[in-house]
Design a protein around this ligand. Structure first.
Ligand SMILES: Cc1cc2nc3c(=O)[nH]c(=O)nc-3n(C[C@H](O)[C@H](O)[C@H](O)COP(=O)(O)OP(=O)(O)OC[C@H]3O[C@@H](n4cnc5c(N)ncnc54)[C@H](O)[C@@H]3O)c2cc1C
Length: 425
């Protein structure tokens, strides 16, 4: 029989970081309630990481499932903080000892060009909804936003995600061109083989398709692209190695997927016709001390579609103070906010790094600190009193109420089966 928990913690977001935090809390027999806005708790593994990562996605789904199935963990799907729940009630009213925000970074960083957002859906697209569409549109039941792939697309970015976006466009363009010739290809297989090898199998080359292709515009030099992490305090020798490695990563991707890159271009203005964005004006830059410095040279480029892939930031939540696009953390190590002494944050919402391992590692660090230093520690000064039995039961009643509201009966495996589209890759 399960031990009656002495402590209770809420986790907002059940994906890589949230599930890892839940695992650590459950190991300490802490009553852990995991809220997720979506029916499935896989976050960016399902909706960010492009769907050609078939094996990785499956492995990460199983990892998350295993953690949310643990004793002491209660999953509450389809329940969004800021819509169905308020931070105020979680941190102060329910009786939780701590609340851990593991809600990731779901808002695209604004492109920063005056007036650009008015053209969203009219020639201008942000990365997060675009990849969401790409990962889901093949499902028969998909009813979300639709995007039409355009030849000559411009991708704004320079990081790994922007390469993925350019790959999506190139792969889809190639599939479409082949389909026009009566040839059916598989996108996932083409991603593995690359576009030139796939075309060669059909006796074709890229030039035969007559496509303009996709171009990434980046504000600094290739060697500055954050495709390989540079450790802090790196020596000159290490920096040179990393610069070479970055170039290699880019060149490999370009040779396999045939997109182009224009470095040293900073977006400066919009070309508009009627109500549509039809191009961009760039200022050429030079790099001084690692920073892009505008020159007086400008270039205008026409395009049917611009996809901005310049990073993701946390969604604004009622009650959370912001500093620019980020939460105004007073402690960036544990993601603490001044207004809520019992609140911590873990994963992408703090690290800002688009990386599964970094999210998991950070969540492990935060959750361990919460357990050791805050809830369970022998240091009686810091240790919080255990939760009274009636309050624990009250939390469980509220959890059941929220679960019932969305049709979840507490059977995690049965629920996942029910909410997984049969044709989900
Ligand atoms: C295009 C792209 C390619 C990538 N490629 C790679 C790669 O190759 N390798 C790699 O390691 N990483 C990659 N990543 C990054 C990786 O997927 C993420 O960094 C990681 O999965 C983030 O995990 P997380 O748990 O911190 O956040 P998320 O996965 O974002 O989880 C946050 C969870 O919180 C939930 N949530 C959000 N807001 C609320 C709310 N208000 N209330 C309730 N629930 C909420 C969400 O539904 C979600 O389940 C890629 C990302 C993208 C976008």
């Amino acid at each position: 029989m399960a031990a009656v928990e002495q402590f209770a913690i809420a986790v907002v977001g059940g994906a890589t970081a949230g599930a890892e935090a839940a695992r650590i809390f459950s190991e300490s027999e802490i009553l852990t309630v995991v809220f997720d806005q979506n029916p499935r708790p896989y976050g960016k593994i399902e909706d960010g990481l492009p769907r050609w990562h078939v094996g990785l996605r499956r492995k990460e789904y199983e990892t998350i499932d295993g953690k949310l199935l643990r004793e002491h963990v209660h999953f509450v799907p389809c329940t969004k903080l800021g819509r169905d729940l308020e931070l105020e009630e979680l941190t102060r009213e329910w009786g939780f000892h701590a609340v851990v925000l593991a809600n990731g970074a779901w808002r695209d960083r604004p492109v920063g060009v005056e007036g650009a957002d008015a053209f969203v859906g009219k020639g201008f697209v942000y990365q997060n909804p675009f990849i969401y569409w790409f990962n889901h549109y093949t499902e028969a039941e998909y009813k979300g936003e639709q995007f039409e792939i355009q030849d000559g697309t411009i991708v704004l970015g320079g990081g790994l995600a922007s390469i993925d976006v350019a790959k999506v466009v190139q792969l889809e363009l190639t599939l479409r061109a082949l389909r026009g010739r009566g040839i059916e290809e598989d996108l996932v297989e083409m991603e593995v083989r690359g576009i030139p090898a796939t075309l060669k199998n059909h006796g074709l080359s890229w030039d035969d398709l007559g496509l303009r292709g996709t171009t990434i515009y980046y504000r600094r030099q290739i060697e500055n692209m954050p495709l390989v992490n540079e450790p802090e305090q790196a020596t000159e020798e290490v920096r040179t190695k990393i610069a070479k490695a970055r170039r290699r990563v880019l060149e490999k991707a370009m040779s396999k997927y045939l997109f182009r890159l224009e470095p040293l271009h900073l977006t400066a203005g919009l070309l508009v016709e009627g109500d549509r964005l039809v191009g961009l004006r760039f200022v050429r830059t030079r790099v001084v001390d690692g920073k892009a410095v505008p020159t007086d040279q400008t270039v205008e480029v026409r395009t049917p579609m611009v996809i901005s892939s310049i990073g993701s930031v946390p969604e604004r939540l009622p009650g959370i103070a912001m500093r620019g696009e980020l939460y105004d953390f007073v402690d960036w190590d544990l993601g603490r906010l001044e207004a809520y002494p019992n609140l911590f944050s873990a994963g992408n919402v703090v690290t800002g790094q688009g990386n599964i391992v970094a999210s998991r590692k950070h969540a492990r660090h935060v959750a361990s600190e919460v357990v050791e230093g805050y809830v369970r520690l022998a240091d009686q000064v810091k240790r919080l009193p255990p939760i009274p039995l009636e309050q624990r039961d009250e939390i469980l009643n509220r959890v059941r109420e929220l679960q019932t509201r969305v049709g979840y009966d507490g059977d995690y495996r049965g629920w996942i089966q029910k909410v997984t589209p049969p044709d989900l890759v």
